[in-house]
Write a protein that binds this ligand. Structure first.
Ligand SMILES: NC(=O)c1ccc[n+]([C@@H]2O[C@H](COP(=O)([O-])OP(=O)(O)OC[C@H]3O[C@@H](n4cnc5c(N)ncnc54)[C@H](O)[C@@H]3O)[C@@H](O)[C@H]2O)c1
Ligand SMILES: CCCCC/C=C\C=C\[C@H](O)C/C=C\C/C=C\CCCC(=O)O
Length: 280
């Protein structure tokens, strides 16, 4: 295992104003990275930028307002990062939301925009097209590698989609030539604005369906950010899905590499039900 040293590297991050994105932003700046983050929130975005500049006076951080579902805005934000840093070597597609009442928007943000951001970053980073190579992370969820979650089926579908998209690119026969490493971040539930808020030390969960859940083992945004760095530090993890969760107050993580073995076709696999003509 060898580390990707982010010091002085140019990084593009979506949805960095609050929550997990903000925690990752702070940790990247602490490691000396140069980060341009975008967000739809035109109040929290500049506030976070100002707070980061105060905390890291010699750091390089800038905020660009952007709705990632607007292809032109996303492209413009990414291009600003390239212009500012010379190259983007880490792209984190993190912006996301959960709103089953507005499920087409959920697909637009969690899936379409993450795919668009990934393809833009790939095109820019590809060594076989003159780029410097790099790393692309898509922020999914632990429910990308979990059975369906009835409370939020569309959200879950988008997270499965991003696991499939990301591991497919990682599996490209041209992966070496691209020089691009792919990863999926898969946190369990976190206490962020996505689903909860806090007042007077009491946590309030937004959605009626999950209000009865015990939140004691939900991650903080900072804890969720550990998964990014474990995955980033592992150069051999192309196509890896980094799960992170909490049990009895202890944070755990596990790297999941999807099974790449071929479909079993011989009698060696006697345990499988053979298809008979009558089945078809
Ligand atoms: N909170 C959780 O329980 C949890 C668990 C696993 C994965 N995730 C995923 O982590 C990512 C970050 O979520 P979070 O918990 O930090 O949520 P959050 O709501 O705290 O932060 C999400 C950020 O994305 C921004 N955003 C939303 N729509 C956008 C758009 N159209 N354009 C630009 N920015 C936009 C928001 O303004 C916000 O700053 C999401 O992809 C989410 O699905 C969250
Ligand atoms: C446990 C459900 C709580 C709902 C949390 C709200 C948003 C979470 C978004 C995450 O992306 C998904 C995280 C966890 C849900 C995944 C699996 C449910 C597992 C069931 C359980 O642990 O109780």
């Amino acid at each position: 295992m060898s580390k990707m040293d982010v010091k002085d590297k140019g990084i593009f991050l979506t949805g960095g104003a609050v929550g997990i994105g903000r925690a990752v932003l702070e940790a990247l700046l602490a490691r000396g990275a140069k980060v341009l983050f975008c967000d739809i929130d035109k109040v929290k975005g500049p506030e976070t930028e100002a707070e980061m500049r105060k905390q890291f006076p010699s750091g390089d951080v800038s905020f660009v307002p952007c709705d990632v579902t607007n292809a032109d805005q996303l492209k413009a934000a990414f291009t600003q990062a390239v212009t500012r840093f010379g190259a983007v070597e880490l792209c984190i597609n993190n912006a996301g939301l959960m709103d089953e009442q507005n499920w087409e928007r959920v697909i637009a943000v969690n899936q379409v925009a993450q795919i668009r951001g990934s393809l833009m970053a790939l095109e820019h980073m590809r060594r076989d097209r003159g780029g410097r190579g790099g790393v692309i992370f898509n922020v999914a969820s632990i429910n990308a590698v979990y059975y369906g979650v009835w409370e939020f089926p569309v959200y879950t579908a988008t997270k499965h989609a991003m696991a499939g998209f990301t591991t497919s690119w990682a599996n490209s026969p041209d992966s070496e030539a691209h020089g691009v490493r792919w990863g999926v971040i898969c946190p369990h539930a976190c206490l962020t604005a996505l689903n909860a808020w806090e007042r007077d030390g009491q946590v309030y969960v937004k959605m009626d369906e999950v209000k009865a859940r015990d939140t004691t083992n939900w991650l903080t945004a900072k804890e969720a950010s550990y998964a990014f760095f474990t995955l980033l530090d592992d150069n051999d993890s192309n196509g890896g899905l980094m799960k992170i969760w909490k049990e009895n107050g202890q944070v755990f993580q596990e790297l999941l590499m999807m099974d790449k073995s071929t479909v079993p076709i011989t009698d060696l696999y006697a345990k499988y039900k053979k298809v008979q003509p009558a089945d078809q």
